[in-house]
Design a protein around this ligand. Structure first.
Ligand SMILES: [Zn+2]
Ligand SMILES: [Zn+2]
Length: 259
């Protein structure tokens, strides 16, 4: 069968998306893309799957369709730590997100914060961002890091070179490499090419994600795919849970390990 790209990261009405699951599946088919859902599973997102019973109902529903079963978990929220292994094993893949980073004084800075702690500098924030990312990579059994270059809203206008020093990029990529976590090329929060090239050169797998919430966005991964190809990555090497496996299956085999 002809290779088709996977949109590993799309939202439905189970969290904050606009389309029902069958509409996501239909939209992906129309674009020649393998569909997968990755709804928010968190107690710290306004519209999200936020309990273990709701996770079970979501998976029951996904299993009715020919669709990959993903979830987007906030690292800073504890729900992912509480899922029983039998539920984890029903995901085809899982995505971790730094929707908040932890400062040394233990306060959280959210990605969508309007205001920041008054004495915080961008350099402090990026140090905390990298430390949080390294902790995520050590402890969170996910296959993909969502939108790796997403930073808190007030700092997004600062520019890539101020935020992403060579040291920051190298630390991020090394943590992902050591943990076996794929780097998402997000259509919603596109990474700068230099950091993606660094990921490729280190041997970190790439993953394509629309992070789509609407009909126009879901399964729209043409730009991420073009970027991966421009960096010389073979289509078959782009993350596909069916081809490359997932940590969710390892959880099934070693129920006591790694969580
Ligand atoms: Zn996200
Ligand atoms: Zn998302």
């Amino acid at each position: 069968m002809k290779w088709r790209p996977v949109d590993c990261h799309a939202h439905s009405t189970y969290s904050d998306g606009a389309l029902a699951i069958p509409q996501v599946v239909e939209r992906a088919a129309a674009l020649g893309v393998q569909p997968s859902l990755a709804d928010h599973i968190s107690r710290d997102v306004a519209r999200a799957i936020s309990s273990i019973d709701e996770v079970r109902a979501y998976l029951d529903e996904l299993e009715r369709y020919d669709v990959l079963r993903g979830g987007e978990f906030c690292w800073h929220d504890a729900l992912w730590r509480e899922l029983p292994d039998d539920l984890v094993a029903r995901f085809t893949h899982r995505i971790g997100s730094l929707h908040a980073v932890r400062l040394p004084n233990d306060t959280l800075v959210h990605a969508f914060a309007r205001r920041l702690p008054i004495d915080l500098t961008p350099e402090d924030y990026m140090r905390a961002h990298l430390a949080s990312l390294e902790q995520l990579a050590r402890e969170m059994p996910v296959d993909i890091l969502a939108h790796p270059t997403l930073v808190t809203l007030p700092y997004r206008s600062l520019g890539t070179d101020r935020l992403w020093t060579e040291e920051h990029e190298a630390r991020m990529i090394e943590a992902m490499y050591q943990a076996g976590i794929a780097f998402e090329i997000s259509n919603r929060y596109p990474p700068h090419e230099r950091i993606v090239r660094r990921a490729v050169e280190r041997g970190v797998r790439l993953s394509l994600g629309s992070d789509g919430h609407t009909r126009d966005q879901v399964a729209n991964i043409a730009k991420p795919l073009a970027m991966a190809r421009a960096l010389g990555v073979a289509d078959e090497d782009l993350y596909d849970p069916r081809r490359h496996g997932s940590k969710t299956q390892q959880t099934q085999q070693t129920p006591s390990g790694g969580r």
